[in-house]
Design a binder for this molecule. Structure first.
Ligand code: SAH
Length: 350
């Protein structure tokens, strides 16, 4: 089948699902000029356009053709909540009425956007709100990118410097759409955000961590560990039954080796559950020799669960114990707790 024919039978697709190279191919297939791809990308990713008709430097017939053959779906904001610390949470509705949340976290030096990758989550971690209502579907590449474009275009001050895939869902369970979105976010033609400023967080999907190691990207990998042994991790994260701790750590070693990048382990601190002296010692032993750091996350409350965060003293005692074992540890400052925008509080329902 000729390229031209191939594109004619293609169903109407969101243009943000199409990579730059494919867009060039498409333009060539309709006997248009390849450089229009640069203009289209510029309009979407740099100039904040959302419609083809705004792209006034494209020939009129091309604009019309694009409109006939592609769409560029908008996200609808159902709710926007601003925390007392300046964090903003958006509840978006997708074309099929499913919902997701996205959080913009400004600090003096950075603007971090926490992006969702799925509607709901399959993995059912026992402390996280995102999986409580189960899993509905993967987000498309366009829906992932649209969260970023929406926030970027919404306000002058929303200067997004970092992207973290730590919103609703398991990013590595939506691998292909995620990677396509990352390549676009990273590309100088697209959003031009450096790979080292993009973080993917996973509950520990071992085969996908190995696959990610082979992508040749310099992105940051964060792994939700939350337990120092199978015994403790099994109780909190059902995914551990499938990918136990030793397999997970082996995959992280592979990731270190292939990318020369350190892995960040996220470890939740729950009063009387995860922050004993024994757990700190075990964790220190487990991570010894690995190129990594550990980010301690004091539990953020989720109404369906009975857990509590430990006291400040306990948190820092745990951190100091880890540092004595030679593991670099930081404590994550919660952001946007008053609007349920902190880690583990995001949902896909109103
Ligand atoms: N599914 C991915 C992406 C989610 S990132 C993952 O599991 O890594 C969100 C981070 O917040 C994860 O580390 C998650 O384990 C953590 N988290 C979930 N619920 C939490 C809670 N109630 N308090 C603090 N952190 C939580």
């Amino acid at each position: 089948m000729s390229k031209k024919r191939e594109y004619q039978v293609m169903k109407k697709e969101d243009i943000k699902n199409i990579s730059y190279d494919k867009l060039v191919e498409y333009l060539q297939s309709i006997e248009s000029r390849a450089f229009h791809a640069d203009q289209i990308y510029d309009w979407f990713y740099k100039k904040g356009a959302t419609r083809f008709k705004q792209m006034t430097n494209l020939p009129l017939n091309l604009r019309r053709r694009l409109e006939e053959e592609f769409l560029s779906a908008d996200l609808t904001v159902l709710k926007k909540q601003v925390s007392s610390d300046g964090t903003t949470k958006f509840l978006f509705e997708l074309q099929d009425k499913e919902k997701i949340e996205t959080v913009f976290i400004p600090t003096s030096k950075r603007g971090t956007l926490c992006v969702s990758t799925q509607v709901g989550c399959k993995y059912g971690c026992r402390f996280c709100a995102s999986g409580i209502e189960g899993f509905a579907r993967n987000l498309t590449c366009a829906e992932i990118i649209s969260q970023i474009l929406y926030v970027k275009n919404a306000k002058e001050e929303n200067n997004i410097t970092h992207i973290v895939f730590m919103g609703v869902g398991e990013p590595l369970d939506n691998y292909d759409h995620l990677m396509r979105a990352i390549r676009n976010i990273n590309s100088p033609k697209g959003m031009n955000i450096a790979a080292r400023r993009i973080t993917v967080s996973t509950c520990g999907l071992v085969p996908k961590i190995k696959k990610l190691a082979g992508e040749g990207l310099q992105i940051e990998l964060a792994v939700s560990l939350h337990g120092s042994s199978d015994e403790s991790r099994d109780c909190l994260m059902p995914v551990n039954k499938k990918y136990p701790v030793d397999h997970l750590i082996a995959a992280c070693r592979e990731y270190n080796k292939a990318t020369k990048r350190q892995v960040t382990f996220e470890y939740i601190l729950i009063k009387d559950v995860t922050c004993s002296e024994k757990a700190a010692k075990e964790l220190g032993r487990l991570l010894k020799g690995l190129l990594c750091k550990i980010n301690l996350i004091p539990y953020n409350s989720v109404s369906e669960f009975d857990y509590e965060a430990p006291s400040r003293n306990k948190i820092f005692a745990f951190k100091n114990r880890l540092e004595r074992s030679g593991v670099h540890a930081t404590v994550r400052a919660p952001r946007g707790k008053d609007v349920s925008a902190a880690c583990g509080q995001l949902r896909h329902t109103m």
